[in-house]
Design a binder for this molecule. Sequence first.
Ligand code: NDP
Ligand code: OXD
Length: 312
Amino acid sequence: MKPPVLLYACPTVDQEAWVKALSAAWPGIDIRLWPQTGDKDEIDYAFVWKQPAGILSDLPNLKVIFSLGAGVEHVLTDMTLPAAIPLVRMVDPTLVTGMVEFVVMQVLHYHRSMPAYAAQQRTGIWKQLPQLLPSERRVGILGLGELGAACARVLAGFGFDVAGWSRSAKDLPGVRGYVGPGQLDGFLAQTDILVCLLPLTAQTRGILNRRTLSMLPRGSYLINAARGGHLVEDDLIPLLDEGHLSAATLDVFAVEPLPTAHPFWTHPKITLVPHAAALTHPGTASRIVAANIDRHRRGEALHNLVDRARGY
Ligand code: NDP
Ligand code: OXD
């Protein structure tokens, strides 16, 4: 069998590391770097991140689309995407570990009053603040999938009072489950630190807005490591300025890179990270893509298929 031909179409990602890793994962793979596609009839697979719209619609022998990321809204926004071609998202233990590290780091940062200590340091104040037990801090995670569930497990292991919200019911030890739109407000009302790890879909776009964030108890915290489209950006700063929210960590934004004049850059209660909560690692992820290509070529079922109707 001839080696697979893979179209690499990730214009905003450094291609050198990926070409090296994909070539190591599948020696002999024929990688075409978009826009240099060569003969389009030869392309079997596409590997994409924010690919320009339309570029996958005229590849007559395209068999599978692989997303570099766990989230796939960046692929699905292309209305010309061939409906019958399977779409596979990134599920990689390395990505999960990265997200767990990031979320736990931010939860601990707020739990242990680090913003308040930093403010005290700036003004030379020596004062010990009350130290809550983890069991006295309620962490609520929106989305209990690969990433949310892993974060929930580790936070529960620290002894936090953990709850999660998902579309279908879960049974995670030490994690109180809330399901569907009807239980969202109840979930929010009992959350001191809210972590968003939802996929961006028609149902979840704008879910972090003035109404929902106002349901959180006064003084709570927000960590958004999912997508910028989950947050109604104009609603956040008034809630921070009024003190309803104590602080927010934002890894993702409606427009990325975040425009230089955006008020989030300088707001004292916002910790800002450039979509780096969990980066897909070329080495491990390429092996996962290669294993899936292998499966497909053997006629076996693909792993991590996206349900296009659900949007994730
Ligand atoms: P999964 O698909 O594994 O999990 C998604 C979770 O969200 C599931 O528990 C699902 O519920 C729940 N969910 C989806 N829609 C709804 C809804 N309408 N109401 C309630 N719950 C809902 O995704 P991952 O955990 O792998 O990734 C989550 C997101 O994290 C990605 O889509 C991506 O946007 C973001 N991400 C961000 C990164 C970063 O660096 N900032 C890195 C990687 C991912 P159910 O289980 O019932 O289906
Ligand atoms: C992802 C991401 O979806 O990096 O994996 O945001």
